[in-house]
Ligand binder design. Structure first.
Ligand SMILES: [Cu+2]
Length: 350
């Protein structure tokens, strides 16, 4: 992980967090935290944002669609011809990721909430490949379209959320999680191993520590979360880079049933440590198969809506949506540019 990228992360985020803290300081009130509001849950893309009361169970389903197109290095887009002029011959033009996430939460006490989440992923990628001219009759390199896909179970996440402060209008909990490597890292197309971003899991047991802050007054709620992903050990000779994420959000409570939100998300991730030797040929052609080119930083904005049904037989069901788009990306290497993500979710607590 390079230090300049971290510096920039801190700088660009600090103003926003200072703003959130200022809003928090102005809104101190004595009332208890109200959990039966649309905005008592964070925007739907945030994981492990809330805790439950003793004995409560929550089931959830999230669908995430993420679209990426084209390659970039640093902050600059790379065209097909620019990439090929660097000696590579595989250009990734489009990638779609679809994730289905099934979650369950259970609170053995007010202080502790247990959480599990299982993912099912489907990735597709289309691009252009420059074929080496092999026959003597061929003068011009031949361009070919290529497409690949992978789908299957992703990694399983198990966490404990432990409340460390209840300030009435605000709460703080620790996120203590582990990611179990249930997702495949051997996905192939036509017998060829797929590059790192197309694999379904990290391949390693990952520690997922974090801290989450939530606060509210009558009209607004706001929160922030710092989380990390720390890889332990390795798999097939490599581990993905460690990653960190800082996010903050504010939501307007229009009615007990409906709120809208604005969120900023900053994430930084390191290059792959080691390498999968099965990609040692592919990495000469495809930058996404090169372990040293996988680090980076991204800031995104999310615009969301939460709906919380109250009364009748559907009481307690929540629906939420969040649309997320990048405002800044800076890659340490060559990676795909993200266009947008959409997260849809259903949650039901009883
Ligand atoms: Cu929950």
């Amino acid at each position: 992980m390079s230090v300049p990228i971290l510096d920039r992360t801190m700088k660009s985020s600090s103003y926003f967090y200072a703003g959130v803290v200022a809003v928090a300081a102005l809104n101190v009130s004595a009332h208890d935290y109200e959990t039966k509001r649309a905005d008592s849950h964070a925007p739907i893309a945030v994981m492990g944002d809330h805790t439950h009361k003793t004995g409560e169970i929550m089931l959830s389903y999230r669908y995430m669609q993420m679209n990426m197109s084209g390659l970039a290095t640093g902050e600059d887009s790379l065209s097909t011809s620019e990439l090929f002029s660097q000696g590579y011959s595989v250009y990734a033009a489009d990638m779609d990721m679809q994730m289905h996430m099934i979650g369950a939460m259970y609170a053995p006490s007010d202080k502790l909430t247990l959480m599990s989440m299982l993912m099912y992923n489907r990735n597709t990628m289309d691009g252009t490949m420059k074929m080496d001219s092999m026959g003597e009759g061929m003068q011009m390199p031949k361009m070919m379209k290529h497409s690949m896909e992978s789908d299957g179970l992703g990694d399983l996440r198990l966490s404990g959320l432990y409340q460390i402060a209840d300030l009435g209008h605000a709460r703080i909990h620790l996120n203590l999680g582990v990611s179990v490597p249930t997702g495949s890292t051997d996905e192939k197309n036509n017998g060829m191993l797929l590059a790192y971003p197309m694999q379904l899991g990290s391949g390693t047991w990952d520690l997922l520590p974090g801290v989450t802050y939530n606060a509210q007054n009558e009209d607004l709620s706001w929160g922030a979360q710092l989380t990390g992903t720390f890889r332990t050990g390795d798999n097939n000779g490599y581990s993905l880079g460690h990653a960190g994420r800082a996010q903050a959000w504010v939501a307007k409570n229009w009615a007990p049933t409906m709120s809208t939100s604005l969120r900023i998300n900053n994430e930084v991730w390191g290059c792959v440590d080691g390498e999968d030797l099965r990609l040692s040929m592919a990495k000469m052609k495809n930058p996404l198969a090169n372990a040293d080119l996988q680090g980076g930083f991204r800031s995104e904005l999310g615009i969301g809506v939460n709906y919380y049904h109250q009364g009748g037989t559907l009481s307690g069901h929540r629906l939420a949506a969040e649309f997320i788009f990048p405002i800044h990306e800076d890659f340490e290497g060559i990676q795909m540019e993200r266009d947008w993500s959409l997260v849809l979710g259903w949650q039901y607590a009883f």
